[in-house]
Ligand binder design. Sequence first.
Ligand SMILES: [Zn+2]
Length: 277
Amino acid sequence: MIRLGEFEVTSLYENRFRVDGGSMFGIIPKKLWSKIMPSDADNFVFLDIRPLLIRTGKNNVLIDLGFGNCLDSKMKRIYGLDQNSRLLADLDEAKITPEEIDTVIFSHLHADHALGGLGFNRNGQVIKLFPNAKYYAHKYELEDSLNPNERTAAAYVTELLAQYEEIQAVENDGRIVDGISVLRTGGHTRGHMAIVIQSAGQTLIYPGDIIPTTAHLKPAYIGAVDTFPLESLVQKKAIMDECIKNNYYMAFDHDSKFEFAKLIKDNDEIVPVSLFE
Ligand SMILES: [Zn+2]
């Protein structure tokens, strides 16, 4: 947990999953990326899933929710999910009940970000785990997740997303609740958003999958899964510049070492510095 002005921000650990290493680094040769993110014999890299819990004093907000437990066994096998979602256990540890969550903001609606708010009831029906929350995603993300194409379909689970019934469509950048605003980046998906958290002069940026791990602080290290990689490039450079210039913190959604970091420029490299050292 970190304090950000008057807010408390906790990086949760929802689960860990695997993806093909190449899909995370696009045109970068394995010889280079494997130095900073090791892969197994099948070329898989392992990613943590780190939703954010923000307690502002007025609102209890979750940013992204992870995979949850509702995927079928085939999907679980594909993603190497061999343990259950830890989201509710993490919230319990943070001493907050699911009923107290009033706002959920999705950076985008890929399965590893959007399905963690769903569970099963005793009769095996899918239910929402945060009954009092309002859910937000960008309008383009809602459109694209409902009408995926041959290249984007694998990342969305449309029939489970429909179980949320109502996700508010964000049309413009700006405030969702006091101190928390969104900024459409595009890049990873057309409707992907970064989340900006500000309190008492301190700022934390959650860039979502535009900069999923500290290995992606190198500008050209952009996933092949990104729909608009050149947009990702422009956006990630702008976000990193802002962070360095203004001393903003960054939260990483898939890093296994850094939950949060400050960024510094060391010669031409951008280097993460832990907030806990
Ligand atoms: Zn992701």
